[in-house]
Design a binder for this molecule. Structure first.
Ligand code: AMP
Ligand code: FE
Ligand code: FE
Ligand code: ZN
Length: 305
């Protein structure tokens, strides 16, 4: 009896690429943090959590660093998920902190590496200055903060918050941010960050897709329209609209801008493990928008299972 040979694995993949099947499956969560920045879990655990919440395509977007990519990619592959390497680049417009998500850029781009090295380096000195300020009034030392960070982490106020919690000075991160870490309390220090125009250009020139993270987190924090339009002219790819911190009025305004300029629109959780109440998949990005990000990027490929 001549049995039909089952298709080889390579044959199956060939069929998949010729049939117009998307190379990934949603639901997609494109903004998640590990303990390489201010999330509380290692990259592989972030991926497992995403999967357990029904997510099938995810991006790891640690602040100002890409060191979590390999571990996340491997975990995603084991679970049959698509992985988009990403980063949340710190920027600053006047006094406002602006976060720019970058997807599928070349992680070896020298200009981008120089800028993220500079930001992370300055973040450490800045965190030490904040801790020195707090130490004048509270029993908190730099060692307390070091005890809350992994060797590889981008150090930020969340780690100082964790140290305040460990010391019994704050209840949780949110309590620390509303109190001691709030600029009005007088302990705050800024850190170096490029302007958003530079951030968008760096990501774009490295072959990535730049998306402004949570652009409308409050009335005084909505990025001015003229600024957004300058960023679009500089290569901005999209806006993160479905995010729990964007206001309803802000989301409406952002949708109008996105439609007018045919921008990519994303939705994500901004998961930080135990560091924030945000749950994986609480907001998601549509398949056609993920496809647009993948098609537009030239810096590094998405990792399909
Ligand atoms: P930094 O960049 O060091 O000034 O700290 C800002 C980071 O703190 C952001 O990436 C947020 O993820 C985190 N953050 C801000 N507000 C809160 C909050 N209320 N609870 C927990 N994390 C927060
Ligand atoms: Fe964060
Ligand atoms: Fe952010
Ligand atoms: Zn974030």
């Amino acid at each position: 009896m001549t049995a039909l040979k089952p298709p080889t694995r390579a044959g199956t993949l060939d069929t998949m690429t010729t049939a117009a099947r998307p190379a990934f499956t949603g639901p997609s969560d494109l903004h998640m943090h590990s303990n390489h920045s201010d999330g509380t879990q290692p990259p592989a655990e972030v991926v497992r959590q995403a999967h357990a919440h029904g997510i099938r395509t995810l991006a790891l977007t640690d602040h100002d660093r890409t060191t979590g990519w390999d571990e996340a990619a491997e975990a995603a592959n084991r679970l049959g998920m698509t992985f988009l390497p990403g980063m949340e680049l710190s920027a600053k417009h006047e006094w406002r902190s602006v976060h720019v998500l970058g997807y599928l850029f070349d992680p070896t781009d020298p200009d981008l590496i120089a800028e993220t090295d500079r930001i992370r380096g300055d973040r450490i000195g800045r965190a030490e200055r904040i801790v020195r300020n707090i130490g004048r009034d509270y029993d908190l030392t730099w060692d307390d903060v070091l005890a809350q960070t992994t060797a590889d982490a981008t150090v930020g106020r969340p780690h100082i918050a964790d140290a305040l919690v460990a010391r019994g000075i704050a209840r949780d991160r949110a309590h620390a941010f509303d109190g001691i870490l709030h600029p009005r309390e007088g302990y705050y220090e800024p850190h170096y960050a490029p302007d958003p125009l530079t951030a968008v250009r760096l990501i774009t020139q490295a072959g990535g897709v730049a998306v402004i993270a949570h652009p409308a987190t409050g009335r005084d924090r909505m990025m001015p329209l003229a600024t957004i339009e300058r960023l679009i002219a500089a290569g901005l790819g999209g806006l993160e609209i479905d995010h729990r911190e964007n206001t309803a009025a802000g989301k409406r305004m952002l949708r109008e801008i996105a439609a007018r300029h045919d921008l990519i629109v994303t939705g994500s959780s901004d998961y930080h493990g135990a560091g924030k109440p945000n749950r994986p998949g609480e907001n998601t990005t549509s398949d056609d928008m993920v496809a647009r990000i993948i098609e537009r990027a030239t810096g590094t490929p998405a990792r399909h299972p």
